[in-house]
Write a new protein. Structure first.
Lengths: 120, 173
């Protein structure tokens, strides 16, 4: 197709072939392109929102779990659940505040037995 | 196309406006049927839209476009089962593409019609090769890539097409 006649054929073709697609086709194709672009644009934020929600829920659950879990010191003080560790200062202080004067519990007595105050 | 890949939808419109006429004429003349041509034309653009993320700029966009068109048209012709039978294009009074040169159109309108009819009578492979060159401006290598045929085969097809067309148009001299 490099000869002059072939070049003339191509030129003739290009000068005369001018049909174009129907406008309905144009609208359909451009509409499709816009629709696909719109879906792509709107899919990303939805995913982000979903991820954010999941993350927020996860943080809330984790934080709730962390705050409701009893502190090891409280375990010992409130429920007498001695786990082998030394009692905290707060527990001892609390114990002395609640104790009535002259009613010190004798470590040698069993529970419910009190020594009679010495009146003499 | 690379701008379109980055999300610039306006770039697609520019591509579409640039190639709509050429691609439509190509598929219309290769298939020889306007309804099928419209379907293929839509399919090709839909493939461009849906495959934009997979597009790799290894070739010119026009080669990519005409390769898809070739595959779709070949598939359609295979299904039709008569790839070598052609139909003359009916004149549907389509609108002109862009601003035509009035003098050229006036002088060549009849000759152009004769040429279009002669193209329609070419065997489909020759017709396709000629149209890829005429409409897409594709080189020999690009046509070979698009058709999946050896370069020398494409060269022969173009030579035969040219010879046939010249012979058909002899009476116009």
């Amino acid at each position: 197709m490099s000869d002059e006649l072939s070049a003339q054929l191509l030129a003739l073709y290009r000068n005369t072939a001018r049909e174009v697609p129907d406008e309905k086709l144009d609208r359909a194709i451009l509409g499709n392109a816009h629709a696909v672009a719109w879906r792509r644009r709107n899919r990303a934020p939805l995913l982000t929102a979903a991820s954010c929600t999941s993350l927020a829920i996860a943080i809330a659950l984790w934080s709730a779990a962390a705050t409701t879990k009893p502190h090891p010191a409280l375990d010992t003080a409130e429920f007498g659940m001695n786990d082998g560790r030394a009692p905290s200062y707060a527990m001892n202080a609390n114990a002395s505040v609640n104790r009535e004067p002259g009613m010190d519990a004798n470590p040698g007595l069993t529970a419910g037995m009190w020594t009679k105050p010495d009146v003499d | 196309m690379q701008r379109y890949q980055t999300g610039d939808n306006r770039a697609f419109e520019i591509l579409y406006q640039r190639y709509r006429g050429r691609l439509h004429r190509f598929v219309r003349r290769v298939t020889g049927a306007s309804v099928e041509a419209d379907e293929i034309f839509q399919d090709v653009w839909l493939a461009v839209i849906k495959g934009k993320s997979r597009y790799a700029p290894t070739a010119r966009f026009v080669t990519y476009l005409f390769t898809i068109a070739h595959n779709r048209a070949a598939e359609k012709l295979r299904r039709r089962g008569r790839s070598t039978i052609v139909e003359l294009l009916e004149d549907d009074g389509s609108v002109a593409d862009g601003e035509p040169d009035p003098l050229n159109v006036a002088l060549n309108v009849e000759l152009g019609k004769a040429l279009a009819d002669a193209i329609a009578l070419l065997p489909v492979e020759q017709r396709e090769a000629f149209l890829m060159q005429a409409e897409g401006g594709l080189s020999l290598d690009e046509i070979a890539d698009a058709c999946g045929a050896p370069r020398e085969t494409v060269k022969s097809r173009l030579r035969y097409a040219s010879r046939r067309l010249r012979r058909t148009l002899e009476s116009w001299k």
